[in-house]
Structure formats: C-alpha cells, structure tokens
Design a protein around this ligand. Structure first.
Ligand code: FAD
Ligand code: NAP
Length: 482
C-alpha cells in the first residue's frame, strides 16, 4: 500500500521521546491493542480515551449478566490498566470533546477502536413512530446491563405475556434468555437492580424469535442455543418438519460444516422440550414489514405495539448463500413487546474515512486507508470498527493483535507517523485542554474507586457488583471520596 503523499507526518525517533499512542475506545479492541503494543514495544506510552467514565465497552454493557466467565477478560484488561505506561482518560467523547486535530500534534499514532455504538434499523413501516414497547435489543441489553444511556428505558413487561424478538443472532438469544430466566437465578448475577425488579414482575411467558431465513442460516451458536434448550420449566417449539426437509435437502453442505451439524442436532433434540409454563419458539422465513399499534385512545394500552406484520419468505440460491425472497403471502404475529435484534452499527466521525456501505473504517490489516486506498500514516483501527459488528471477544482479540503488529512493525521499519512536532506530550498536554473545555476527566484510579463501591454494594446483595446506572452518580460518588 502506498502512503498518502500530502499528509503531515514525520518518522518516529526513539531517541527523542517514547512512542506516544492514543487509543479511542476502551472495549476489548482498545485493550488488546494496548496490551500487545506495550508488550512488543515496551517504550510505548498508551493513552486511552473513552466516552463513558467506566472502561471495558461491551464486556460490561453487552455480555449477558449470566455469563460471568466471559467477563473474566477484565482481569487481563486490568493488568494493562495498572501498567505505569498506560493512562485511562474516561468521560471524554472523541468527536465532541476531542478532535483529530487535538491528537495529531501530541501523538505518534492513534488507534480508533470505538466499536459500533448504534443499532441497525429495519426500515419498515411505523418503525419511527413512537409506538410503545418496541426497543432495539441494544437498548434492552444496555438497560439490564446498566448502560447510562438506557437507564430510563422503562420496558413494560406486565402488559403482555408474549415477546417477539426479530433476528436469529446470539444477541437475540441473550435477550430471549434473560426474559425467560428465573429472577432468583438472575439475582446472583451483576444484572442491575432496577432491571431485576421489573423482571421479577414480568408477565412474559412466551418468547418468539423470528428470522428471515432458515435454520441453516441462523447466526447464533451452539452454546447459546443449548442454554435456551436447558431453560427450566420452558417448552420449545419450532417447525420441525421444515427443519427436517432443510436437513435432508442439504446433507452435503451440513456434513462439511461441523458447528452447523452440532447446531442442527441441538435443534432436533429440542423436540423433547414439551413441558413447562413458559415457552420459546424459533420462527423461520419471516421478514418484518410493519409494526401495528393499539389506538391512541385505547383505554388499556394506548399506542402500545399490538402485532407485527411479516412477509412470508422462501429461500433461493446455493446453500452457502441462501437469500430470503418474499412469497407474496403475509402473516401477523400478536405481541405486546418487540425487541429488534438485527445487529449493531458503527458511526462515522469527522476526520476519519468511513465506508458507509460496509459500516467500517477502510483499512489494510488495521492501517487506515483513505479514499484512494493510500495508507494514512500513524492512523490505525481495531475491533468492530475495523471489521464490522461481528465476532466474539476472542475474534476481536486476534483482530486487535493484528493491528498492534502493524503498529510495531511500522515503528521498527521506521515508517512515517503523525505530525511534525518532535516532543509529544500525549495526555499531559491533552488533559489540560479538556479541562479548559469543561470536560471532567476520569482516571483509572477513579474507576478502581468506583469498582470498589460497586463491589461493596454487590456484596450486600450477594451478587458480584451493583453497577452505577447514571453518570451523575459516578461523578458524585467520586466527589464524595475526595
Ligand atoms: C449484546 C452483546 C453480547 C455479547 N456477548 C458476548 C459474549 O458473551 N462472549 C463474547 O465473546 N462476545 C460477546 N459479544 C461480542 C463482543 O462484545 C465484541 O466482540 C467486542 O466487545 C467488540 O469490541 P470493540 O472494542 O470493538 O467494541 P466495544 O466493546 O463496543 O468497545 C468500544 C468502546 O468505545 C467507546 N466509544 C464509543 N464511541 C466513542 C467515542 N466517540 N469516543 C470515545 N469512546 C467511544 C464505547 O463506550 C466502548 O467502551 C457480545 C456483543 C454484544 C453486542
Ligand atoms: N454469547 C456470545 O458469544 C455472544 C452473545 C452476543 C453476541 N455475540 C456476537 O456479537 C455479534 C453480533 O451479534 P448480533 O446478534 O447482534 O448480530 P448477528 O449475529 O449479525 O445477527 C443478526 C441477525 O439479524 C438478522 N437481520 C439483519 N438484518 C435484518 C433485517 N433487515 N430483517 C430481518 N432480520 C435481519 C440477521 O439475519 P441474516 O443472517 O439473514 O442477515 C441475523 O439473523 C455476533 O458475532 C455474535 O456472535 C456473541
């Protein structure tokens, strides 16, 4: 890849100063990149900017509360957090509080790892109407996991016994499982107290998870499907006949794909889940077309969602590229709670190239490319922003390592980096600027104090932690600790 010819850059000289790296976003991508660069190029100083006062991204605000083992990666991140070469600067929103111009003069390189902070939309009728009890799974997950943005979401779990989840990914199964899990079980997790209270009063007994394609095209995985099948007191239903037909029509395709074969076996075994007060089902070949609401003047549920109208699809194309094609037939599914779980979306930020179609920052192995495919000196990308909102933490880790390798290799090859200024001061120069702008910055030590408070509150309730749900409460608590 050629380098952009008109950029302001210089070659980093290790004799003049330590290598200064800014990381934007403190999820797995940011932490794994930092970890690897610090390991492979020990004279680096890493400053990580995060929009929330609290680090760890989706590990804290996405991963389901009943998956505590997944959150153990935080211990690895904590090692980075405690490293004297690392500085956390929380409560700073890149793009609003801080721009690329601010950073370019104080760093040799920047890694963008700010993830995918929005949800994909369906683009269907009434999606933008203020119909009550329709949420994105991102909002619902954020609500039960304590993401401040969704503290006041207020889903109504008492107005209906049926929830429909749109999408056949792991997030869809996460939200379905949380709705059907006994609250006694959830109370031992770090789910927020306000969510637990609402779930305790929930009348939801039936969760229907609807996908636009067939069983061979689902994107959820075996472990998560098995967890659904093992929900106590919960029946499972699907169109077993359709699955059987799909299996026999695609024997070769399935035999070459072990995870898919395993998944189909778990689905088939679900036939035996016939007893329980609660139920969940998988529906295939349904694309949402329109949300239908109760009248504004309905005496009981004004403007609440009542049903979803679906196109009934058929599948076309080769097994590995099956597409859903509408048959012209429609179906309505009644539901008083709808969760749209059709994936996350990254947003472009001024000053960075962005591929709107793919929803990511164009790059070659983590090196950011401009519109003409030229490498941008000193600019890197990692995680969901680099490859789209796909993949588990392990995938994100390998991807972040690739970006870290690109950085270290560029340093070693003396490739061009950012800015003309020789003495870069990193956060020592940026933090005073942020303070002048009225931004209150949060350090890693501050976070450790908050963490201790959360753990303390959790111990009283016999749970791992009780998360702060509001940014004001985090800041107020830090004030009282001064
Ligand atoms: C609901 C859900 C559940 C999941 N469960 C699992 C699981 O059980 N197991 C598993 O292995 N994987 C799971 N994943 C996948 C995993 O979370 C991702 O692979 C991983 O978090 C992606 O890492 P990232 O750093 O790219 O993004 P993120 O984790 O989203 O981190 C991005 C960070 O950037 C910050 N940020 C955003 N905008 C700005 C800005 N403008 N300025 C500064 N900072 C900003 C965000 O606040 C966030 O902290 C789950 C994903 C979701 C959505
Ligand atoms: N426990 C875990 O390990 C865990 C938990 C949660 C998330 N994750 C990971 O996080 C990533 C994101 O998960 P996700 O569930 O948000 O996304 P996902 O895996 O991409 O699933 C999205 C689902 O939405 C469907 N969809 C997309 N657009 C649609 C539309 N317009 N109409 C109808 N359906 C539509 C997709 O169907 P098509 O296939 O037809 O497009 C797919 O079934 C995944 O890699 C996942 O594995 C992991």
């Amino acid at each position: 890849m050629p380098f952009s010819s008109n950029s302001n850059f210089e070659r980093y000289d290790s004799k003049l100063s330590p290598f200064r790296l800014a990381v934007i976003g403190s999820g797995p991508a940011g932490f794994y990149t930092a970890y690897r660069v610090l390991k492979d190029h020990p004279s680096t100083l890493v400053d990580m900017y995060e929009s929330l006062p609290i680090p760890f991204g989706l590990v804290r605000y996405g991963v389901a509360p009943d998956h505590p083992e997944v959150k153990n990666v935080q211990h690895r991140f904590d090692e980075v957090g405690q490293d004297s070469r690392y500085t956390f600067i929380g409560n700073v929103k890149y793009g609003e509080d801080l721009t690329i111009t601010d950073l370019k003069s104080q760093y040799d390189a920047i890694v963008f790892s700010y993830g995918a902070s929005q949800e994909r939309s369906l683009g269907i009728k009434n999606e933008d109407e203020p119909i009550r009890n329709i949420f994105s799974a991102r909002a619902f997950v954020g609500w039960y996991n304590g993401l401040p943005q969704y503290r006041d979401l207020e889903p109504d779990l008492t107005c209906t016994d049926t929830a429909v989840v749109i999408g056949h990914g792991n997030v869809a199964l996460d939200v379905g499982r949380i709705l059907l899990t006994d609250v006694m079980e959830l109370s031992k997790t770090d789910i927020t107290e306000y969510a637990l209270e609402k779930l305790g009063k929930s009348k939801i007994r039936k969760v229907i998870i609807v996908g636009r394609r067939g069983p061979l095209q689902v994107s959820f995985t075996a472990k998560e499907l098995r967890e659904m099948m093992n929900l106590p007191n919960t029946k499972f239903h699907t169109d077993f006949e359709f699955i059987k037909n799909e299996l026999s029509a695609n024997v070769d395709f399935i035999s070459k794909n072990r995870p898919l074969k395993r998944l189909m076996q778990i689905l088939e075994k679900g036939r035996s889940n016939t007893i329980g007060d609660k139920s969940w089902s998988l529906k295939f070949l349904r694309s949402p077309d329109e949300f239908l609401a109760h009248d504004d003047n309905d005496p009981i549920r004004p403007k609440y969602v009542r049903a979803i109208k679906f196109h009934i699809n058929k599948l076309e194309g080769p097994p590995e590229k099956r597409v859903a094609v509408p048959t012209g037939k429609m179906e309505e599914l009644e539901s008083g709670l709808v969760l749209k779980s059709v994936g996350y979306k990254s947003v472009p930020i001024k000053g960075l190239p962005f591929d709107e179609k793919k929803g990511l920052v164009p790059n070659y192995k983590g090196k950011i490319l401009d519109n003409d495919n030229n490498e941008q000196p000193g600019l890197y990308v990692a995680g969901w922003l680099k490859r789209g909102p796909q993949g588990v933490i392990a995938t994100t880790m390998y991807d972040a390592f690739e970006t870290a390798e690109a950085i270290v290799s560029d340093i070693k090859q003396n490739k061009p980096m950012l800015s003309f200024q020789t003495t870069k001061k990193g956060s020592d120069a940026i933090i005073p600027i942020l303070h002048q702008r009225g931004v209150r910055t949060i350090s890693y030590d501050d976070w450790k104090k908050i963490e201790e408070k959360e753990n303390e509150a959790g111990r009283v309730k016999n749970k791992p932690r009780e998360k702060f749900g509001r940014i004001e409460d985090v800041l107020f608590t830090l004030d009282t600790l001064k």
